[in-house]
Ligand binder design. Structure first.
Ligand SMILES: NC(=O)C1=CN([C@@H]2O[C@H](COP(=O)(O)OP(=O)(O)OC[C@H]3O[C@@H](n4cnc5c(N)ncnc54)[C@H](O)[C@@H]3O)[C@@H](O)[C@H]2O)C=CC1
Ligand SMILES: O=C(O)CCC(=O)C(=O)O
Length: 447
């Protein structure tokens, strides 16, 4: 199915010349271009500023060789990048990912998406993303710490509280941020908030760990409220078992939903009667200890199916929370045929372009990650404010604020995406994010 119109076709063709082989980046850009190019064309100042053409070319891409020593004293070499996409509305902001599959294409797509997501939060945050092809699997803590310190030696000159503020992402959690921050403060010779996701004892925000998953559920609650419904008793399938997935599960259970799955690349944990908090805590403990989820203990109501994906249970709500393009066309058809009514992305771009066509074509309510998972970066924004004021909020205060941010974000997206038959969340998110970026970019002249 090809929905490209002439405007999108010519934009993508022009872009294709300098982005050969960057399939993830092109996928993310095309989805945005479909909705915003007509908005740009119809606004003389946005059109004159060529906003989208500027946004698809990052401000700068930093590339690093990271050299470090493993536990056997052997020299190891990794590649790392920081893609600083746009600081038109605030300092560059976005996570760092450690994964062997990390490459420039992945980070360019994530940095591009981050610009729109951060604009949607209503906070003054620009867009960036970074990471390394370092695989922490099988590495000791001492090795991961040495890698973090080596990475920060390369990154430190390019970041700072008013410049670029990295955070965590896949395989980068509170532990890694601690090591990155330790090296940063020594190299900078100053105690400043150049990273978020810090521990509570040294300038972190309450609830940053929970924020993305909890925010996702607050967003889903607004989507359901549009249909006059709530989460109570709804059967939910969640993929992933990490930070986003497990905290989405935790909040959904608190809101009386029936969470039936969590997963990883080895298979899926099924809970036919719904997971309790103990089951979720067990998954979190396994992940923290670097252990698998394939041997659940008796008494938690969990069954593990090797190689299975969560979507086969025909859930009412599907929340992909693992990684990009994890949910393909066949899985999307499985959801549609099984009667799923709502899909919201906890991960960044977890549905392939074809899968998006299938779920939206079938009339499911579908929220893209740039809207639904923005709670994490929003609380990072709150962490930046708290750090600069030297005054910290309680967990209850941050949670309340997160709820308000997700409610307002939903309203912004709904306003742009409302149609007679419901809300087009993809168009709403793309256009609302674009308008904020375009106003800032066109107001600041040709730079
Ligand atoms: N941590 C954060 O605050 C935010 C994260 N995200 C996105 O959420 C997603 C997950 O990130 P985190 O939970 O932070 O990472 P994490 O490292 O805590 O967990 C990721 C988990 O996904 C599992 N996984 C990877 N590929 C999989 C697959 N194909 N099927 C099933 N499971 C798979 C891994 O086993 C891993 O446990 C990523 O797309 C990330 O960019 C988005 C917004 C904020
Ligand atoms: O908290 C942040 O700055 C980054 C969060 C992130 O990487 C994301 O929203 O994908």
């Amino acid at each position: 199915m090809d929905r490209r119109d002439a405007l999108v076709e010519s934009f993508m063709t022009e872009m294709g010349h300098c982005t050969k082989g960057e399939t993830l980046f092109l996928q993310a850009v095309e989805e945005v271009a479909r909705h915003v190019l007509t908005v740009e064309k119809n606004d003389p100042s946005f059109a004159a500023a060529r906003v989208l053409a500027r946004l698809v070319e990052p401000d700068r891409i930093l590339s690093f060789r990271i050299t470090w020593e493993d536990d056997d004293g052997k020299v190891q070499i990794n590649r790392a990048w920081r893609v600083q996409a746009s600081n038109a509305i605030g300092p560059y902001k976005g996570g760092l990912r450690f994964h062997p599959a990390v490459d420039l294409d992945t980070l360019k797509f994530l940095a591009f998406e981050q610009c729109f997501k951060n604009a949607l939060t209503g906070l003054p945050l620009g867009g960036a993303k970074g990471g390394a092809d370092f695989d922490p699997k099988g590495r000791s803590d001492a090795e991961i710490m040495r890698f973090c310190h080596a990475l920060m030696r390369a990154l430190a000159p390019h970041i700072g509280p008013d410049k670029d503020v990295p955070a965590g992402d896949i395989n980068v959690g509170t532990k890694e941020i601690g090591w990155l921050f330790g090296a940063y403060r020594q190299l900078a010779g100053a105690y400043q908030g150049a990273l978020t996701g810090k521990g509570l004892s040294y300038g972190g925000s309450a609830m940053r760990v929970e924020a993305t998953g909890y925010g996702l559920i607050y967003f889903v609650e607004r989507m359901l409220a549009e249909q006059g419904e709530d989460l109570a008793g709804k059967r939910i399938a969640i993929s992933g078992k990490g930070n986003v997935a497990s905290h989405a599960a935790e909040k959904a259970v608190q809101q009386r939903a029936c969470v039936q799955t969590l997963s990883d690349t080895s298979g899926t944990l099924f809970a036919p009667d719904g997971m309790g908090q103990e089951a979720i805590a067990w998954v979190q403990g396994q992940k923290a200890a670097g252990r698998g989820i394939d041997t659940p203990p008796d008494g938690l109501g969990l069954q593990f199916k090797p190689g299975a994906v969560p979507w086969e249970i025909a859930p009412e709500i599907a929340l992909p929370c693992a990684t990009q393009n994890e949910l393909d066309a066949d899985m999307a058809r499985q959801l549609v045929d099984g009667g799923t009514r709502l899909v919201a992305e906890g991960a960044n771009m977890p549905l392939t372009a074809e899968a998006v066509e299938i779920v939206t074509g079938a009339g499911l309510a579908y929220a893209p990650g740039k809207a639904a998972n923005a709670g994490g970066v929003a609380v990072s924004g709150l962490e930046m404010s708290q750090m600069s004021h030297r005054q910290f909020m309680s967990a209850e205060e941050v949670d309340r604020e997160l709820c308000v941010i997700m409610r307002d974000l939903h309203a912004r997206v709904a306003e742009e995406g409302r149609e007679p038959g419901g809300i087009d969340y993809v168009r709403g998110a793309n256009v609302a994010g674009y308008r904020r970026l375009a106003q800032a970019i066109s107001a600041q002249g040709i730079i």
